[in-house]
Design a binder for this molecule. Structure first.
Ligand code: SF4
Ligand code: SF4
Ligand code: SF4
Length: 272
């Protein structure tokens, strides 16, 4: 049973958040929402432990589809970064602000970029593309993320400064158009760079939060150097170009790790 401690602990964390928000906000939605996400993640980790090869994808599809279709399209919540700014400016600690606090700002201190590996609805689609392992060297385009980050902030600030009416409706359309744009750019970039995760590496504005917070992540993969034979397999299969054999926090592309566990699966010496 020892091997199931991790999924149980993850479920416990999500249930704690679910119950706390349910009771403090007096809203049953939070209990159902975070319980569903916690169960999906615990299921994925359990399947991985039981050596099911598509375990991560199961969680990614369960959570990603739920957030995109149910929360985004049916409940009309803008869970993208524009939605986060919008709720932040209105002073409402609901929906996107809670989502960002848990998944993208404070959560990464605990589980790093688990969001990117197991829940993001943009990557959920990009991960179906043919370049699971990058076929080209990493490019120096990471600065683009700061531009998209600032643009998202300027867009929402401008709506507030111009006192534009019907903001709820505008934010819903921003969600639809923004998602369409992300998918189009993400898919085009994946083929240009021959790298499914090129969008995550260079464009995604959310990484401005994710990267510095995940630097301090409690949950991280480490390498047992006494077992490692420097075969390089882990680096070859990594979609994010992480030097996982280096245990320091400043390892190459360390804040890019999405905890997909491809390196762990590939290591012939079980050193990771
Ligand atoms: S980097 Fe952005 S697009 Fe990629 S998985 Fe993370 S949140 Fe999603
Ligand atoms: S392959 Fe390993 S180092 Fe690379 S992103 Fe996945 S878990 Fe992180
Ligand atoms: S795959 Fe395993 S043995 Fe090979 S370099 Fe990576 S950690 Fe070392």
């Amino acid at each position: 049973m020892k091997k199931y401690i991790l999924p149980a602990a993850l479920l416990l964390v999500f249930e704690t958040v679910a119950i706390t928000l349910w009771l403090t906000k007096n809203n049953l939605f939070y209990l159902l929402n975070f319980s569903y996400i916690g169960i999906s993640i615990a299921l994925g980790v359990t399947l991985y432990i039981r050596k099911y090869p598509h375990a991560r994808r199961v969680t990614q599809l369960l959570v990603g589809c739920y957030m995109l279709v149910y929360l985004g399209l049916i409940c009309r919540e803008n869970m993208q970064i524009e939605g986060f700014w919008y709720y932040l400016f209105t002073g409402v600690f609901e929906a996107a602000t809670i989502h960002y606090a848990v998944a993208k700002v404070f959560g990464p201190l605990l589980f790093g970029r688990g969001w990117c590996g197991y829940a993001c609805w943009t990557a959920m689609v990009l991960d179906f593309l043919p370049y699971k392992q990058p076929k080209q060297p990493r490019k120096r385009w990471g600065w683009i993320r700061y531009i998209t980050f600032v643009l998202s902030l300027v867009f929402v600030s401008a709506l507030f400064l111009a006192h534009v009416g019907n903001l709820e409706r505008i934010m819903f359309w921003a969600f639809l158009i923004g998602n369409g744009l992300y998918y189009a750019v993400g898919i085009a970039l994946a083929f240009i760079c021959q790298d499914n995760r090129a969008f995550c590496k260079y464009i995604c504005p959310v990484t401005v939060f994710l990267k510095p917070m995940s630097y301090f992540s409690l949950l991280r993969i480490t390498c047992d150097s006494s077992k490692c034979v420097s075969c390089g397999k882990c680096k070859r299969v990594c979609p994010m170009d992480v030097d996982i054999t280096d245990n320091s926090r400043s390892r190459a592309n360390g804040t890019e790790c999405i905890l997909c566990l491809e390196c762990v699966r590939a290591c012939p010496k079980k050193a990771l």
